[in-house]
Design a protein around this ligand. Sequence first.
Ligand code: DX5
Ligand code: ZN
Length: 215
Amino acid sequence: MAIIAPSFLASDFLRLGEECKMVNESEAEWFHLDVMDGRFVPNISFGLPVVEQIRKATSKVLDVHLMIVEPEKYTEAFKAAGADRLSVHIEACPHLHRNIQQIKQLGMKAGVAINPHTPVSQLEDIIADIDTVLIMSVNPGFGGQKFIPHTLHKIKQLKQMITAGNHNVLIEIDGGVTSDNAAEIIAAGADVLVAGSNVFKSSDPKKAIADLARI
Ligand code: DX5
Ligand code: ZN
């Protein structure tokens, strides 16, 4: 059974309180919050004040996915806003090791996110220091895109690396996850499924979460 992390990028921002309530009452364990800066990715989403408000609406895990350059400038602020887990992109961090230490020193779980073209092998010298690898299964920036099938190969490779080194790291898959492809994603080795459109655009979001949780 995978951990389900609904991505609020696809939620109805006019009804954010109700969306939080729905996820609170669902089988989802994490809230996935996508922060975009219009520089690392060609889109702007939401930032600190929204994370802060969502923190007040749930005691579930806040999993913040930073798609921003220079994340070190905001790490403390995201901790203060209530983030439990913080993922930064390897492609945005020339000093990734320092970024990871900073996140952990602040008491958050540290994650590294990798884009579809970034090989899993680039994680070899950081895997022992992190709690999560977030494999992007679409190009970051937008919800509602189609899952890139090559991702399955990357999940298997990463799973092997984690098992071989006996590391305590969760594999999180983000982008285009549906109840149709979730089984093969989990079979490949995923621990956490992020799902945006599949949950929030569904006529029965709680059931969509339950369906994913039962795979
Ligand atoms: C994309 C975000 C994802 C996105 C997933 O940049 O990181 O979390 O919201 O949305 P779906 O599930 O619709 O692909
Ligand atoms: Zn995300």
